[in-house]
Design a protein around this ligand. Structure first.
Ligand code: SAM
Length: 218
């Protein structure tokens, strides 16, 4: 499965579905064509991106089943969207958008980087993370899905790497760790300031501990 299909496979039935940073609008089309939401709200900060979604979903718009909002994050969305998707944006941006918007009943998030910041934010807000793993589609991606209630306590490594990855390490997660290991080894071959080297050595140590723990589990 490709990235979009994997994201869509985590979308659950909703009354008001919000696709924040929708770009093409494929995920909203998935919801609409399957009758998984009563109404979809597609928002994007770029009018050009939103125009793509408008073209794709013209038919559903004419039926009043979707609305397009050109805005930053969740600004302009109606209150009470019960499922919010934010995919393809950085983790810090996702945290900012949810902080300035609201925590929906259910969420599906696919941060492009800084997934640990998204996990830490959700846990601090008491959200229940139900799905939290790495997948691969040309690159490595993190998928974090859950609900506003039912928060649990994560350990430091779970925040860093994702609970499902540590509980059931997938091929994609192992490949991601191996790629990270190679990247750090590459960095260490170049000259750099002592502080930077120590920082990389620390990351390398932590990574080796995780890799050992996972291999020991086999
Ligand atoms: C890489 S695309 C991801 C599109 C789609 N969600 C996906 O996962 O394939 C990122 C989209 O987010 C939009 N975007 C970036 N920052 C945003 C923000 N603060 N609020 C709303 N949309 C934003 C961009 O204009 C772009 O269309």
């Amino acid at each position: 499965m490709g990235r979009i299909e994997i994201i869509c496979s985590h979308l659950t039935p909703a009354r008001m579905f919000a696709d924040v940073g929708c770009d093409h609008g494929y995920c909203s089309r998935y919801m609409l064509e399957r009758g998984l939401c009563e109404k979809a709200y597609l928002s994007d900060i770029s009018a050009g991106s939103l125009a793509k979604a408008k073209g794709l979903l013209r038919h559903y718009f004419s039926q009043g089943r979707c609305e397009f909002i050109c805005a930053d994050g969740m600004k302009g969305l109606p209150p009470g969207c019960d499922l919010v998707l934010i995919a393809g944006l950085g983790g810090e941006e996702i945290v900012r958008i949810l902080s300035e918007g609201y925590l929906p009943e259910r969420f599906v998030l696919q941060p492009m980087k800084n997934a640990e910041k998204v996990r830490a934010f959700l846990l601090e807000k008491g959200c229940g993370i139900e799905t939290d793993y790495t997948f691969e589609d040309g690159a490595f991606y993190e998928l974090i899905a859950g609900k506003r209630e039912g928060g649990s306590v994560y350990g430091t490594w779970e925040i860093e790497y994702g609970r499902d990855n540590l509980a059931h390490p997938s091929v994609a997660f192992r490949r991601k760790l191996a790629a990270e290991r190679e990247k750090l080894r590459g960095y260490l071959k170049s000259p750099m300031q002592r502080e930077s080297r120590e920082n990389i050595l620390q990351r390398q140590y932590a990574l080796e501990v995780i890799i050992d723990a996972i291999e020991g589990d086999l």
